[in-house]
Design a protein. Structure first.
Length: 374
Protein backbone atom coordinates (compact mmCIF):
# COMPACT_ATOMS: atom_id res chain seq x y z
CA UNK A 1 0.00 0.00 0.00
CA UNK A 2 1.25 3.48 -0.86
CA UNK A 3 1.64 6.36 1.55
CA UNK A 4 -1.56 8.21 2.45
CA UNK A 5 -2.05 11.54 4.23
CA UNK A 6 -4.98 12.54 6.43
CA UNK A 7 -5.06 15.96 8.02
CA UNK A 8 -7.52 18.80 8.54
CA UNK A 9 -8.78 21.72 10.58
CA UNK A 10 -11.79 22.69 12.68
CA UNK A 11 -13.95 25.34 10.96
CA UNK A 12 -14.34 27.69 13.91
CA UNK A 13 -12.87 30.66 12.03
CA UNK A 14 -10.56 31.62 9.22
CA UNK A 15 -7.13 29.97 9.29
CA UNK A 16 -4.12 31.85 10.60
CA UNK A 17 -0.33 31.87 10.36
CA UNK A 18 -0.08 29.19 13.04
CA UNK A 19 -2.01 26.84 10.76
CA UNK A 20 0.12 27.90 7.80
CA UNK A 21 3.55 27.22 9.31
CA UNK A 22 2.35 24.27 11.39
CA UNK A 23 0.74 22.29 8.57
CA UNK A 24 -0.70 24.15 5.57
CA UNK A 25 2.58 25.09 3.93
CA UNK A 26 3.87 21.55 4.41
CA UNK A 27 0.66 20.04 3.05
CA UNK A 28 1.11 21.88 -0.21
CA UNK A 29 4.74 20.73 -0.44
CA UNK A 30 3.72 17.13 0.22
CA UNK A 31 0.86 17.36 -2.27
CA UNK A 32 3.26 18.54 -4.95
CA UNK A 33 5.99 16.03 -4.07
CA UNK A 34 4.30 13.10 -5.83
CA UNK A 35 5.27 10.80 -2.94
CA UNK A 36 1.74 10.06 -1.74
CA UNK A 37 -0.90 7.81 -3.23
CA UNK A 38 -3.76 9.77 -1.67
CA UNK A 39 -4.10 12.97 0.31
CA UNK A 40 -7.28 13.59 2.32
CA UNK A 41 -7.85 17.08 3.76
CA UNK A 42 -10.78 17.21 6.18
CA UNK A 43 -12.84 20.17 7.32
CA UNK A 44 -13.67 18.85 10.80
CA UNK A 45 -17.08 20.44 11.35
CA UNK A 46 -18.42 17.57 13.49
CA UNK A 47 -15.44 17.84 15.81
CA UNK A 48 -15.90 21.62 15.97
CA UNK A 49 -19.40 21.06 17.35
CA UNK A 50 -18.00 19.31 20.44
CA UNK A 51 -17.44 22.74 21.99
CA UNK A 52 -19.74 24.79 19.75
CA UNK A 53 -22.97 22.79 19.96
CA UNK A 54 -24.85 25.92 21.00
CA UNK A 55 -23.64 27.82 17.94
CA UNK A 56 -23.78 25.52 14.89
CA UNK A 57 -24.14 28.49 12.56
CA UNK A 58 -20.63 29.61 13.48
CA UNK A 59 -19.29 26.24 12.37
CA UNK A 60 -21.44 26.11 9.24
CA UNK A 61 -20.39 29.56 8.03
CA UNK A 62 -16.71 28.85 8.56
CA UNK A 63 -16.66 25.69 6.44
CA UNK A 64 -16.43 27.80 3.29
CA UNK A 65 -13.87 30.12 4.92
CA UNK A 66 -11.56 27.19 5.64
CA UNK A 67 -12.09 25.80 2.13
CA UNK A 68 -11.13 29.18 0.66
CA UNK A 69 -8.00 29.28 2.81
CA UNK A 70 -7.07 25.77 1.64
CA UNK A 71 -7.38 26.68 -2.01
CA UNK A 72 -5.67 30.04 -1.51
CA UNK A 73 -2.65 28.30 0.04
CA UNK A 74 -2.31 26.04 -2.98
CA UNK A 75 -4.17 22.84 -2.12
CA UNK A 76 -5.35 21.43 -5.44
CA UNK A 77 -8.59 19.38 -5.59
CA UNK A 78 -7.10 17.49 -8.54
CA UNK A 79 -4.35 16.16 -6.26
CA UNK A 80 -5.92 16.33 -2.80
CA UNK A 81 -9.39 15.26 -1.66
CA UNK A 82 -11.03 18.12 0.24
CA UNK A 83 -14.08 16.97 2.21
CA UNK A 84 -16.45 17.81 5.07
CA UNK A 85 -16.30 15.49 8.08
CA UNK A 86 -20.04 15.48 8.87
CA UNK A 87 -20.81 14.14 5.40
CA UNK A 88 -19.04 10.86 6.22
CA UNK A 89 -21.37 9.00 8.65
CA UNK A 90 -19.07 5.96 8.60
CA UNK A 91 -16.71 7.91 10.85
CA UNK A 92 -19.30 7.89 13.64
CA UNK A 93 -19.70 4.13 13.52
CA UNK A 94 -15.95 3.56 13.61
CA UNK A 95 -15.62 5.88 16.61
CA UNK A 96 -18.43 3.96 18.35
CA UNK A 97 -16.48 0.70 18.06
CA UNK A 98 -13.19 2.31 19.13
CA UNK A 99 -14.77 3.70 22.31
CA UNK A 100 -14.81 0.16 23.68
CA UNK A 101 -11.01 -0.02 23.36
CA UNK A 102 -10.16 3.10 25.41
CA UNK A 103 -10.62 3.67 29.14
CA UNK A 104 -11.81 6.90 30.77
CA UNK A 105 -8.53 7.04 32.72
CA UNK A 106 -6.54 6.93 29.48
CA UNK A 107 -8.50 9.84 28.02
CA UNK A 108 -7.97 11.81 31.24
CA UNK A 109 -4.21 11.37 30.90
CA UNK A 110 -4.08 12.75 27.35
CA UNK A 111 -2.12 16.03 27.71
CA UNK A 112 -3.65 17.55 24.58
CA UNK A 113 -7.16 16.98 25.92
CA UNK A 114 -6.19 18.47 29.27
CA UNK A 115 -4.70 21.53 27.60
CA UNK A 116 -7.72 22.01 25.34
CA UNK A 117 -10.12 21.70 28.30
CA UNK A 118 -8.23 24.44 30.09
CA UNK A 119 -8.01 26.61 26.96
CA UNK A 120 -11.77 26.45 26.39
CA UNK A 121 -12.63 27.08 30.03
CA UNK A 122 -14.56 23.88 30.76
CA UNK A 123 -14.94 23.16 34.45
CA UNK A 124 -14.22 19.62 35.58
CA UNK A 125 -17.44 19.45 37.58
CA UNK A 126 -20.97 20.59 36.88
CA UNK A 127 -20.60 24.00 38.53
CA UNK A 128 -20.76 27.00 36.25
CA UNK A 129 -19.29 30.37 37.16
CA UNK A 130 -18.17 33.54 35.43
CA UNK A 131 -14.86 32.01 34.37
CA UNK A 132 -15.80 28.47 33.38
CA UNK A 133 -18.35 26.78 31.17
CA UNK A 134 -20.47 24.07 32.74
CA UNK A 135 -18.91 20.62 32.69
CA UNK A 136 -16.97 18.88 29.91
CA UNK A 137 -19.12 17.63 27.01
CA UNK A 138 -18.65 13.90 26.44
CA UNK A 139 -18.11 14.56 22.74
CA UNK A 140 -15.25 16.93 23.51
CA UNK A 141 -13.73 14.58 26.07
CA UNK A 142 -13.71 11.70 23.59
CA UNK A 143 -12.52 13.59 20.55
CA UNK A 144 -9.17 11.69 20.50
CA UNK A 145 -11.27 8.62 19.66
CA UNK A 146 -13.07 10.53 16.92
CA UNK A 147 -9.70 11.61 15.57
CA UNK A 148 -8.56 8.00 15.53
CA UNK A 149 -11.65 7.19 13.49
CA UNK A 150 -10.84 9.95 11.01
CA UNK A 151 -7.23 8.81 10.57
CA UNK A 152 -7.86 5.08 10.31
CA UNK A 153 -10.92 5.42 8.05
CA UNK A 154 -8.64 6.56 5.24
CA UNK A 155 -5.82 4.16 6.11
CA UNK A 156 -3.56 7.14 6.64
CA UNK A 157 0.13 6.37 7.04
CA UNK A 158 1.10 10.01 7.61
CA UNK A 159 -0.47 12.86 9.59
CA UNK A 160 1.23 16.27 9.18
CA UNK A 161 0.67 18.15 12.44
CA UNK A 162 2.28 20.27 15.12
CA UNK A 163 3.98 18.80 18.16
CA UNK A 164 0.91 19.53 20.31
CA UNK A 165 -0.88 16.78 18.38
CA UNK A 166 1.65 14.05 19.18
CA UNK A 167 -0.39 12.73 22.16
CA UNK A 168 -3.39 12.42 19.85
CA UNK A 169 -1.42 10.35 17.34
CA UNK A 170 -0.10 8.17 20.14
CA UNK A 171 -3.66 7.48 21.25
CA UNK A 172 -4.60 6.56 17.68
CA UNK A 173 -1.70 4.11 17.49
CA UNK A 174 -2.83 2.54 20.78
CA UNK A 175 -6.32 2.05 19.37
CA UNK A 176 -4.89 0.50 16.20
CA UNK A 177 -2.72 -1.89 18.23
CA UNK A 178 -5.63 -2.90 20.45
CA UNK A 179 -8.04 -3.41 17.58
CA UNK A 180 -5.55 -5.46 15.54
CA UNK A 181 -4.63 -7.54 18.59
CA UNK A 182 -8.26 -8.36 19.40
CA UNK A 183 -9.75 -8.72 15.92
CA UNK A 184 -6.80 -9.40 13.63
CA UNK A 185 -4.67 -7.13 11.40
CA UNK A 186 -7.09 -4.63 9.89
CA UNK A 187 -6.10 -1.03 10.66
CA UNK A 188 -3.05 0.93 9.52
CA UNK A 189 -0.79 2.55 12.10
CA UNK A 190 -0.10 6.24 11.32
CA UNK A 191 2.99 8.34 11.95
CA UNK A 192 3.10 12.06 12.67
CA UNK A 193 5.03 14.33 10.32
CA UNK A 194 6.28 17.34 12.27
CA UNK A 195 7.30 20.69 10.73
CA UNK A 196 10.93 20.74 9.62
CA UNK A 197 11.55 24.22 10.99
CA UNK A 198 11.67 24.13 14.80
CA UNK A 199 10.13 27.63 14.94
CA UNK A 200 7.06 26.24 13.17
CA UNK A 201 6.37 23.56 15.77
CA UNK A 202 4.09 25.93 17.66
CA UNK A 203 3.93 29.53 16.50
CA UNK A 204 3.09 31.81 19.46
CA UNK A 205 0.31 34.34 19.40
CA UNK A 206 1.01 38.01 18.77
CA UNK A 207 0.69 38.56 22.52
CA UNK A 208 3.50 36.11 23.27
CA UNK A 209 1.13 33.41 24.55
CA UNK A 210 2.28 29.86 23.91
CA UNK A 211 -0.14 29.24 21.06
CA UNK A 212 -1.86 31.29 18.41
CA UNK A 213 -5.56 30.77 18.98
CA UNK A 214 -8.75 32.20 17.52
CA UNK A 215 -10.36 32.14 20.95
CA UNK A 216 -7.55 34.22 22.44
CA UNK A 217 -7.73 36.84 19.68
CA UNK A 218 -3.97 36.76 19.12
CA UNK A 219 -3.94 35.61 15.48
CA UNK A 220 -2.75 36.94 12.16
CA UNK A 221 -5.15 35.44 9.63
CA UNK A 222 -4.17 34.33 6.15
CA UNK A 223 -6.91 36.61 4.80
CA UNK A 224 -5.82 39.69 6.80
CA UNK A 225 -5.12 42.77 4.69
CA UNK A 226 -1.64 44.29 4.56
CA UNK A 227 -2.80 47.04 6.90
CA UNK A 228 -4.23 44.54 9.39
CA UNK A 229 -0.93 42.68 9.37
CA UNK A 230 0.95 45.93 9.97
CA UNK A 231 -1.21 46.83 12.97
CA UNK A 232 -0.92 43.39 14.54
CA UNK A 233 2.85 43.18 14.11
CA UNK A 234 3.40 46.68 15.50
CA UNK A 235 1.50 45.57 18.62
CA UNK A 236 3.47 42.34 19.00
CA UNK A 237 5.05 41.22 22.25
CA UNK A 238 8.86 41.55 22.22
CA UNK A 239 11.38 41.82 25.08
CA UNK A 240 9.75 43.74 27.96
CA UNK A 241 13.21 44.83 29.22
CA UNK A 242 14.22 46.30 25.86
CA UNK A 243 12.97 49.78 26.71
CA UNK A 244 15.45 51.89 24.73
CA UNK A 245 17.16 51.33 21.40
CA UNK A 246 20.58 51.13 23.02
CA UNK A 247 19.48 48.47 25.55
CA UNK A 248 20.61 44.86 24.92
CA UNK A 249 17.64 42.72 23.92
CA UNK A 250 16.62 39.10 24.27
CA UNK A 251 15.86 37.11 21.14
CA UNK A 252 14.70 33.97 22.97
CA UNK A 253 10.99 34.24 23.74
CA UNK A 254 10.75 37.35 21.57
CA UNK A 255 7.69 36.83 19.37
CA UNK A 256 8.97 39.01 16.51
CA UNK A 257 12.14 36.94 16.16
CA UNK A 258 10.18 33.69 16.45
CA UNK A 259 8.11 34.79 13.47
CA UNK A 260 11.26 35.73 11.56
CA UNK A 261 12.65 32.26 12.29
CA UNK A 262 9.50 30.80 10.73
CA UNK A 263 9.15 33.06 7.68
CA UNK A 264 12.40 34.90 6.92
CA UNK A 265 14.60 33.82 4.01
CA UNK A 266 18.08 35.16 3.08
CA UNK A 267 16.73 37.02 0.04
CA UNK A 268 14.43 39.08 2.26
CA UNK A 269 17.41 41.02 3.60
CA UNK A 270 18.52 42.22 0.19
CA UNK A 271 14.94 43.29 -0.56
CA UNK A 272 13.87 44.88 2.72
CA UNK A 273 16.81 45.26 5.12
CA UNK A 274 20.09 45.47 3.17
CA UNK A 275 22.05 46.65 6.25
CA UNK A 276 22.13 42.99 7.29
CA UNK A 277 23.09 39.85 5.40
CA UNK A 278 21.36 37.28 7.57
CA UNK A 279 18.99 36.70 10.45
CA UNK A 280 21.90 35.68 12.66
CA UNK A 281 23.50 39.08 12.08
CA UNK A 282 20.23 40.85 12.91
CA UNK A 283 19.87 38.84 16.12
CA UNK A 284 23.46 39.59 17.16
CA UNK A 285 22.87 43.33 16.79
CA UNK A 286 19.65 43.14 18.82
CA UNK A 287 21.38 41.20 21.59
CA UNK A 288 24.21 43.69 22.00
CA UNK A 289 21.92 46.73 21.82
CA UNK A 290 21.50 49.56 19.35
CA UNK A 291 18.63 48.02 17.36
CA UNK A 292 15.08 49.15 18.02
CA UNK A 293 11.97 46.99 18.00
CA UNK A 294 10.25 49.19 15.40
CA UNK A 295 12.93 48.52 12.78
CA UNK A 296 12.70 44.77 13.33
CA UNK A 297 8.91 44.86 13.26
CA UNK A 298 8.86 46.79 9.97
CA UNK A 299 11.11 44.13 8.48
CA UNK A 300 8.75 41.39 9.71
CA UNK A 301 5.77 43.24 8.22
CA UNK A 302 7.45 43.26 4.82
CA UNK A 303 8.31 39.56 5.07
CA UNK A 304 4.80 38.54 6.12
CA UNK A 305 3.06 40.62 3.46
CA UNK A 306 5.29 39.18 0.75
CA UNK A 307 4.27 35.70 1.98
CA UNK A 308 0.57 36.54 2.18
CA UNK A 309 0.14 38.58 -1.02
CA UNK A 310 -0.21 35.56 -3.38
CA UNK A 311 -2.49 33.84 -0.85
CA UNK A 312 -4.75 36.89 -0.73
CA UNK A 313 -4.83 37.07 -4.52
CA UNK A 314 -5.82 33.42 -4.92
CA UNK A 315 -8.46 33.80 -2.20
CA UNK A 316 -10.10 36.67 -4.09
CA UNK A 317 -10.13 34.49 -7.22
CA UNK A 318 -11.96 31.65 -5.45
CA UNK A 319 -14.31 34.00 -3.59
CA UNK A 320 -15.69 34.96 -6.99
CA UNK A 321 -16.31 31.25 -7.74
CA UNK A 322 -18.03 30.09 -4.55
CA UNK A 323 -20.39 27.67 -6.34
CA UNK A 324 -17.37 25.86 -7.78
CA UNK A 325 -15.82 25.66 -4.28
CA UNK A 326 -18.98 24.00 -2.90
CA UNK A 327 -18.89 21.57 -5.83
CA UNK A 328 -15.30 20.67 -4.96
CA UNK A 329 -16.34 19.92 -1.37
CA UNK A 330 -19.33 17.85 -2.52
CA UNK A 331 -17.26 15.70 -4.88
CA UNK A 332 -14.48 15.36 -2.33
CA UNK A 333 -16.95 14.23 0.33
CA UNK A 334 -18.34 11.57 -1.99
CA UNK A 335 -14.83 10.25 -2.67
CA UNK A 336 -13.97 10.30 1.03
CA UNK A 337 -17.16 8.46 1.96
CA UNK A 338 -16.41 5.67 -0.51
CA UNK A 339 -12.98 5.17 1.08
CA UNK A 340 -14.34 5.28 4.64
CA UNK A 341 -17.05 2.76 3.71
CA UNK A 342 -14.40 0.31 2.54
CA UNK A 343 -12.56 0.59 5.84
CA UNK A 344 -15.77 0.24 7.85
CA UNK A 345 -16.62 -2.90 5.87
CA UNK A 346 -13.23 -4.40 6.77
CA UNK A 347 -13.67 -3.44 10.43
CA UNK A 348 -17.10 -5.06 10.57
CA UNK A 349 -15.70 -8.15 8.87
CA UNK A 350 -12.88 -8.36 11.42
CA UNK A 351 -15.38 -8.00 14.28
CA UNK A 352 -17.69 -10.54 12.60
CA UNK A 353 -20.71 -8.23 12.68
CA UNK A 354 -21.41 -8.14 8.95
CA UNK A 355 -24.23 -10.59 9.64
CA UNK A 356 -26.31 -10.09 6.55
CA UNK A 357 -23.39 -9.91 4.14
CA UNK A 358 -21.86 -13.23 5.20
CA UNK A 359 -24.34 -16.04 4.62
CA UNK A 360 -21.77 -18.64 5.73
CA UNK A 361 -21.43 -16.88 9.09
CA UNK A 362 -25.21 -16.93 9.59
CA UNK A 363 -25.33 -20.61 8.70
CA UNK A 364 -22.54 -21.48 11.12
CA UNK A 365 -24.13 -19.45 13.94
CA UNK A 366 -27.47 -21.11 13.29
CA UNK A 367 -25.82 -24.55 13.39
CA UNK A 368 -24.15 -23.71 16.70
CA UNK A 369 -27.46 -22.60 18.13
CA UNK A 370 -29.23 -25.77 17.02
CA UNK A 371 -26.40 -27.84 18.50
CA UNK A 372 -26.76 -25.99 21.81
CA UNK A 373 -30.48 -26.76 21.84
CA UNK A 374 -29.69 -30.44 21.35
Amino acid sequence: MGKIILTGDRPTGKLHLGHYVGSLRRRVELQNSGEFENIFIMIADAQALTDNADNPEKVRQNIIEVALDYLACGLDPERSTLFIQSQIPELCELAFYYMNLVTVARLQRNPTVKAEIQLRGFSENNAENDLQRQGIPVGFFTYPISQASDITAFRATTVPAGEDQEPMLEQTREIVHKFNAVYGPTLVEPEILLPQNAACMRLPGTDGKAKMSKSLGNCIYLSDSAEEVRKKVMGMYTDPDHLRVEDPGKVEGNTVFTYLDAFCRPEHFAAYLPDYSSLDELKAHYRRGGLGDVKVKKFLIAVLNETLDPIRERRRYYEERIEWVYDVLHKGSETAREEAARTLHDVREAMKINYFEDRDLIASQAALYREKLG
